[in-house]
Design a protein around this ligand. Structure first.
Ligand code: BDR
Ligand code: CA
Length: 312
């Protein structure tokens, strides 16, 4: 039976790539895609979700959740890597949303109607999920699992020296979700940084005759340019697509139970994920964390799940 999932996203080029996999994958039933501000503003994220679903036109359309403006302005947006509009400024066409149901309502309603059977795959800041738990704390025990793209255990951050982007955007929300009694899996930068989508891999993606190929071949080239300009790299990170792959193929990853929290105050460390790795830890384990993956197999699986060509 396909796994019932909600994708909470801030598209975002790697979010969009994750949606290209999820919306056509036989092992997933995508009940809803909910937007959250992060790589772009809340309104833009909603527009991007709608545009991606329209472009992909999957056999079953998910419900779409509209991102509410955050309580505090986003400290930063992902513009320098994802473009001003979050999707490489390629100007995807979009129809006006007819009914704008807030993301947190879409998530709450779905969990209430299918208790203990929905996995939330969180690919952006944890703003929506924290709001769901604030509105109705019981829901944190009724969600089957939350799989989170974010944080870093050993490494440096990717938006400040200490913090990973998604956690940095809304550290209070991340802390609330980390501390909630929900069952959680974290896919941190330590793991997702190990894979780069190279030009060779790009050339193995499906061609423009397919809906996913058309979308990816529009939005990925601006990301390649941004990575070259910002980092001098000839490839791009696809953190969220790796997290999605972990949700579908957990056997390709090794997980460890850990105790994690989020720094919300530090002048230099706001948004840092902190793990109790002392010899005798005092904090209780509150999530499983991906610590290893079969890199070759994850890449091959990601390309194949996108409908791409196998390596020659
Ligand atoms: C995360 O930051 C965003 O820019 C990406 O979409 C991903 O979710 C990785 O740190
Ligand atoms: Ca994202």
């Amino acid at each position: 039976m396909p796994k019932k999932v909600i994708l909470d996203v801030d598209p975002g080029i790697d979010d969009a790539m994750a949606l290209c996999i999820a919306l056509f994958h036989p092992e997933l039933e995508v009940l809803a895609i909910t937007a959250v501000g992060g790589n772009c503003s809340a309104d833009q994220a909603t527009r991007n979700v709608q545009a991606i679903v329209e472009q992909l036109d999957p056999p079953r359309w998910p419900r779409i959740g509209a991102a509410s403006p955050p309580e505090q302005a986003l400290p930063v947006e992902g513009r320098y890597l994802h473009g001003n509009d979050g999707l490489g400024d390629v100007e995807l066409q979009v129809a006006e949303l007819r009914s704008r149901h807030p993301s947190e309502k879409v998530i709450s309603d779905a969990i209430r109607s299918s208790p203990n059977s929905i996995t939330i795959i969180a690919l952006g800041p944890l703003t929506n999920i924290a709001r769901v738990f604030q509105r109705d704390p019981e829901l944190s025990s009724l969600v089957d699992r939350i799989i989170i793209s974010g944080g870093t255990v050993h490494g440096p951050g990717n938006i400040t020296p200490a913090a990973e982007f998604n956690v940095y955007c809304d550290p209070e929300a991340a802390r609330e979700v980390f501390r909630s009694p929900s069952t959680k899996t974290l896919i941190p930068l330590d793991v997702t940084n190990r894979i780069m989508l190279s030009y060779d891999l790009f050339n193995r993606l499906p061609d423009e005759a397919t809906k996913a190929g058309r979308l990816l071949r529009k939005i990925l080239p601006p990301a390649f340019r941004a990575y070259r300009q910002c980092f001098g790299l000839e490839g791009i990170h696809v953190h969220d697509s790796i997290t999605l792959t972990a949700a579908i193929h957990p056997e390709l990853f090794t997980f460890k139970e850990m105790a994690a929290d989020v720094e919300t105050m530090g002048e230099l460390t706001s948004g840092m994920t902190v793990f109790d790795r002392r010899r005798v830890p005092a904090w209780r384990h509150n999530m499983e964390v991906a610590v290893e993956m079969d890199e070759k197999q994850v890449v091959a699986t990601m390309i194949s799940d996108l409908g791409g060509k196998p390596a020659e």
